[in-house]
Structures are given as structure tokens and as C-alpha cells.
Design a protein around this ligand. Structure first.
Ligand code: GLU
Length: 460
């Protein structure tokens, strides 16, 4: 196959938001297309009129754009291709390769229960297929699977050889009517018409693949290559579901950077040479056959770490645009170096507005509020004497002050530092934990520091 003939697609149904697993499938399709110089398409599988909505579709498109997974050409909609499916269905019906099944729901249910009782796989082998009844419109349309002893096999590009006995499938349904095709039929028609060379999708679709191969064969269409991706698993190795947290890609928008999500999803089913890598580096390294065969655990800790690394790389203006925070450029690194999730930036609100705190918090260990007042008064003098606050100038002066203050406790030199630095930390941040108070003073600037120190002295 010529590389330019490589064509892949992602085919989400707009019956919900873009699932994180579908996001990963999209990524691997996209990486493969980019690596091979092929094309990546987007098809919206919206034949289920009742459950499909435009809102979900828009959200899916938005999520793919947010992840930076651009597709070629126009978005393809199954709902606009009903005529295509109809022609193919009519062809199969006229050739006796598909037929109308008139068994009632009750009959099918009784068959299902019998099979369950006999521990057989559920399927429907229909005795209408060779009867005139099978040609009479009305019932559901099924594929005439023919020889139930035949073996359907394919070489999965990730998992290797896979085979199924046709007898396990029965005469499976392909459409509710000629104008209402089901997934296994419409997907085949589209993949063939779009000349998809590699169908790369989640392994939950493996059981659909033999059915689809039979449809290709019935229509005399070339069968594409298949690659089934391992599923993303929850920490307890169960299928990832809502109870494990956010499932939709859009849910990650408020906390995570798209580069971090892409990097994380990429590494969930593939071993790249390093933990952090750009889309371009992933493209360089990606090989379809090296995708893992079995599922990877969704490790939120790892995702958060990756996110923190990308947050650090943001410029102040990128950070401010993303969070909408009105914080000084100087203060941004103090936040980004400590952040795992964007929404946690609120914890640093003291960098853009005066903090609220209880005055008791100002006390270092067993020092008194009088000690605090004394230390803050001296700190105020120090700050007022500086032309501008620099890390070095303020730190040196405060260290000197600490030595003086600590003289009362010659056996414990840290007492002086605590009595000087602790209240300043609280005055500037209102918190027990914060970046170093001198760093805070530098980014807040002389005027703001004086204002906050004076307010604190006034409170005591
Ligand atoms: N609509 C199917 C899904 O969202 C597409 C599966 C496929 O890629 O064939 O799971």
C-alpha cells in the first residue's frame, strides 16, 4: 500500500460527549495518519435519530479541536447518506444475501432464553431467509450469513490473528428498514466509500469486526485492515466509568491543558521513549504495531504530574488568558511552579487580592501577639527603607533582624527567623503554607507589602 493511500477515521456517535477513550482512539488514528503521510477523517454516526443531538456533535467537534486533532475535509454525517445505504441494502436483498426477518420479539426472546439455558451464545439463525417470506418487506433486515461452519479471520494490526466461527454470529441484523441501517452495516458502507485503509478503534468493537467482514464480502467490497486498541481501565482494572471521575474530554478543560491530555493519553497505550513529549515527537516515534495489546490503567496522579509540567511552561500571558486571572506577570511563575490543576490557581488569590486571616495565625510557635507586633514593626521599617524590594536586599535585612530577635534564645537560632519570617508569610498570604515570604514580597511590590503589614499591625 502506498502511504498516500492510508486513510483512517474516527466515527463517534453524537449521543453523548466525546469519551476520553474515544479521544485516545482519535489520537492514535491521528498519529498514525501523520506518521504515514495519510489522511485522518471525522465521521459522525448519527443514524440513531432519537439519541443523536446537534449539541453533542458540536461538543465532540470542539473537544477534538481542543485536543488539536485536526481532520481532513468536511465532517461526514451518516444521516446525509441514507440513499447510499439504501442502495446497498436493496442490492443485498435482491441477491438473497440479506432478507427480512418476521420473527416477533416474543419468538426472539424465547430463542434467547433457550440459548442462555443451553449455555450457547445468543444469536438468531433465521428460517425465513430461504423462504418467500424473507423477500417480503416489513421485518428487520438481516444478513444471510450462509454456512455457519465457516471461520472468519483477520490479522489485527495490534493483537495479531483473530478468528470467529460464523455460527456464533447467527443471521445478524443490519437494518431496521432499507432507510434505517444499523451500525454494523452503515459503518461498512462508509468505510468502503471513504476508502478507509485501516479501521483503528477500541477493542470493544472486536466482536463487530467479523460481522463487518461478512458485510464487505457480501457486497464484494475490499476489506480494510483492522487494529483494535486496548481499553483504558479504572485503577481496579474494571471498565472505566463515571464513578471513576470525569469521562468526557470536555470535563478536563477547566483543569488540564490539551497538550497534557494528549501526552497522557498517548502514553496510556504506548511506550514512548520519555514521559513528556510533544505531538511532533509522538508522531516521529509512533508505530501502530507497537501499541500495547492490553489495557492501561487511568492513573490520575500521572496525569496531574504531566499537567503540572505543561503548566510550568506557560508564559504569563498564556496563563492569564487561560485562567482569566488578573495577576502580575512577576507572580505567575510562583503559581505555575506549584500547580497541578488550573482551577487550583484560586488558592493563590493572595497574589491579586489582600488575604483574610485570623490574627492568631500570625503567632510563631509560642510567641505572643506582642512579639508579632514588634517583629512586623521592624519589618515595616526595613521595607520602607528599601527603594524597591529585591530578593537579596530584603532577605539580607530580614536575616539581620532575625539574629537580633533571636538573641533572646541563644540556644535556638531558628527562633529569630520564625518570629520574623512567619508573621510576614501570614501577612502576605493569609496561609500557613505559601511560597517563601521574601519571594511573595518581591512579586507583590513595596507598596502592597507596606499596606498589608500596616493593616496587620493595626489588627493586633
Ligand atoms: N460509532 C462507533 C463508536 O462510537 C464507531 C466505532 C467504529 O470506529 O467503527 O463506537
Amino acid at each position: 500500500m502506498d502511504n498516500k493511500d492510508i486513510r483512517v477515521r474516527i466515527a463517534p456517535s453524537p449521543t453523548g460527549f466525546l469519551h476520553i477513550g474515544t479521544g485516545q482512539s482519535a489520537l492514535y488514528n491521528w498519529l498514525f495518519a501523520k506518521k504515514m503521510g495519510g489522511k485522518f477523517y471525522l465521521r459522525i454516526e448519527d443514524t440513531d435519530r432519537e439519541r443523536s443531538t446537534k449539541e453533542y456533535e458540536e461538543s465532540i467537534l470542539g473537544a477534538l479541536c481542543w485536543l488539536g486533532l485536526d481532520w481532513c475535509g468536511e465532517v461526514i454525517h451518516q444521516s446525509e447518506r441514507i440513499q447510499l445505504y439504501r442502495t446497498a441494502l436493496e442490492k443485498l436483498l435482491s441477491e438473497g444475501k440479506a432478507f427480512y426477518c418476521h420473527h416477533s420479539q416474543e419468538e426472539l426472546e424465547a430463542e434467547r432464553q433457550r440459548q442462555e439455558f443451553e449455555k450457547q451464545p445468543p444469536r438468531h439463525e433465521c428460517n425465513h431467509k430461504d423462504l418467500p417470506l424473507g423477500k417480503e418487506g416489513g421485518g428487520i433486515i438481516r444478513l444471510n450469513v450462509g454456512d455457519s461452519t465457516q471461520v472468519i479471520s483477520f490479522e489485527d494490526q495490534i493483537k495479531g490473528h483473530i478468528e470467529f466461527k460464523a455460527g456464533l454470529l447467527g443471521d445478524f441484523s443490519i437494518a431496521r428498514s432499507v432507510s434505517d441501517p444499523l451500525y454494523n452495516f452503515a459503518a461498512v458502507i462508509d468505510d468502503a466509500e471513504m476508502e478507509i485503509s485501516h479501521v483503528i478503534r477500541g477493542e470493544d468493537h472486536i466482536s463487530n469486526t467479523p460481522k463487518q467482514i461478512l458485510v464487505y464480502e457480501a457486497l464484494g467490497l475490499p476489506v480494510p485492515l483492522f487494529a483494535h486498541l486496548p481499553l483504558i481501565l479504572a485503577p481496579d482494572k474494571s471498565k472505566l466509568s463515571k464513578r471513576h471521575g470525569a469521562m468526557a474530554v470536555v470535563d478536563y478543560k477547566k483543569d488540564y491543558l490539551p497538550d497534557a491530555i494528549v501526552n497522557f493519553l498517548g502514553g496510556l497505550g504506548y511506550t514512548f521513549s520519555k514521559d513528556l513529549l510533544s505531538r511532533e515527537e509522538m508522531i516521529q516515534e509512533f508505530e501502530l504495531s507497537k501499541v500495547h495489546k492490553s489495557g492501561a490503567i487511568f492513573d490520575t496522579k500521572k496525569l496531574n504530574w504531566i499537567n503540572s509540567q505543561y503548566i510550568r511552561r506557560l508564559t504569563p500571558s498564556e496563563f492569564k488568558n487561560l485562567t482569566g486571572l488578573n495577576v502580575s506577570d512577576l507572580a505567575v511563575p510562583l503559581i505555575t511552579e506549584r500547580l497541578e490543576k488550573l482551577s487550583d490557581a484560586q488558592e493563590f488569590s493572595y497574589l491579586w487580592e489582600a488575604p483574610v486571616y485570623e490574627k492568631e495565625l500570625l503567632k510563631w510557635k509560642d510567641s505572643s501577639l506582642e512579639d508579632v507586633k514588634d517583629s512586623l514593626t521592624k519589618t515595616l521599617v526595613v521595607v520602607e527603607e528599601l527603594e524597591t524590594i529585591t530578593d537579596e536586599s530584603l532577605r539580607n535585612k530580614l536575616e539581620l533582624l532575625s539574629v537580633d530577635t533571636g538573641k533572646a534564645s541563644p540556644n535556638n537560632r531558628s527562633v529569630g527567623r520564625g518570629v520574623v519570617f512567619w508573621p510576614l508569610r501570614v501577612v502576605l498570604s493569609g496561609r500557613e503554607k505559601s511560597p517563601d515570604p521574601v519571594q511573595l514580597a518581591v512579586v507583590l511590590g513595596k507598596d502592597e507589602v507596606i499596606k498589608r503589614v500596616k493593616e496587620a499591625i493595626g489588627k493586633i
